[in-house]
Design a protein around this ligand. Structure first.
Ligand code: SAM
Length: 308
């Protein structure tokens, strides 16, 4: 497909995913020989033999291959282990049977669908927003192949969002400056001088689009509360949200200390929403250390029993 259309691997992957979902070859411009070759390889794939999680993982490997050929730092897919841990946490914290999730920076949909695949015995609907048109195409194909009902919006997520309030936001926040100062001026977390931080504005936008008492599971840079604009963020959070937990991820998951991240769990304030006795602050050990991870999971479970 890539050869025939002289396009990138990721664009070719999107076309291939679309074909697999529809069970036919949709590109009329392909040569007869290619159609024959493709049909032969598609015929050997029976998607219904695989679980959603197996399909996600294989699609993820193909996306990783494509991303290696065309590296864009801010478009990195959320790593599997982080997604699985966020899914575990979301499953523990959220109590409803019918849940609406929102990911305002959905990228390839890998994080969102990992979380959905790790939430048990629920009916989940979701909304994903993404500014990059090839990533959102991969995300919607990913959702189709896994048969998840996700609605996608291809737009700047910091512009007005036309979605219903979610029960929870799941997001690997894009980190850096937001160049649109006019739009940023609408936010409480705007910068008084120069550009605002996109990741701060994403937090405010996420709080705005979650129900009272709803949760936010956010992958944030470790220095979130130490940057120049952190004072404003502290004040904002104090007024609108409760910090439920902060999980510092093991450094081994990241290229260097500057790139290291944590999972921040917030709850939007509202009637009958009580803060925990104390927030759950955890330094996660390397995920390969099974016993140490087990101890942490026991600690999380006990905390949830006591506070939820
Ligand atoms: N969780 C995603 C996944 O598993 O593929 C990866 C998220 S990646 C760290 C952040 C994403 O935010 C990128 O895909 C980027 O294109 C998107 N993004 C950055 N600024 C945005 C904006 N203003 N509105 C919507 N999406 C944005």
């Amino acid at each position: 497909m890539q050869e025939e259309f002289d396009c990138t691997y990721l664009e070719a992957l999107a076309e291939t995913g679309e074909n697999l979902f529809h069970g036919s070859i949709l590109q009329e411009e392909l040569s007869e020989l290619s159609v024959k070759r493709l049909r032969k390889s598609y015929d050997s794939i029976q998607l219904d033999r695989f679980s959603s999680e197996e399909i996600r993982k294989s699609f993820q490997l193909a996306i990783l291959k494509g991303m290696k050929q065309n590296i864009q730092q801010n478009h990195q897919m959320t790593p599997d282990s982080i997604g699985m841990f966020m899914g575990y946490l979301a499953d523990k914290f959220l109590s409803g049977k019918e849940i609406h999730l929102l990911d305002p920076a959905v990228g390839t949909g890998n994080l969102l669908t990992t979380v959905i695949n790790h939430m048990h015995n629920r009916t989940i609907e979701a909304t994903g927003v993404e500014i990059d048109d090839i990533l959102i195409k991969l995300a919607y194909i990913n959702a189709n192949l896994q048969e998840h009902p996700i609605q996608f919006f291809n737009q700047d997520a910091l512009e007005p969002l036309f979605t219903e309030l979610a029960d929870a936001v799941i997001c690997d926040l894009p980190v850096g400056y937001y160049p649109n100062d006019v739009r940023a001026a609408e936010y409480k977390l705007k910068a008084d001088e120069g550009h605002a931080y996109a990741h701060h504005l994403f937090i405010e936008q996420s709080v705005n689009h979650v129900k009272e008492g709803g949760y936010l599971f956010l992958l944030v840079p470790n220095g979130l509360f130490e940057s120049q604009l952190a004072g404003k963020l502290h004040e904002y959070l104090k007024e609108h949200a409760i910090i439920q937990g902060l999980f510092q991820l093991p450094l081994t998951l990241f290229k260097n200390e500057q790139a290291a991240k944590s999972i921040l769990i917030l709850q939007k304030k509202g009637e009958n929403v009580k803060p925990p006795k104390e927030a759950l602050l955890v330094n996660l050990p390397s995920l390969s250390k099974a016993q140490a991870v087990d101890r942490i999971l026991t600690q999380v479970n006990e905390w949830i029993k006591e506070n939820k």
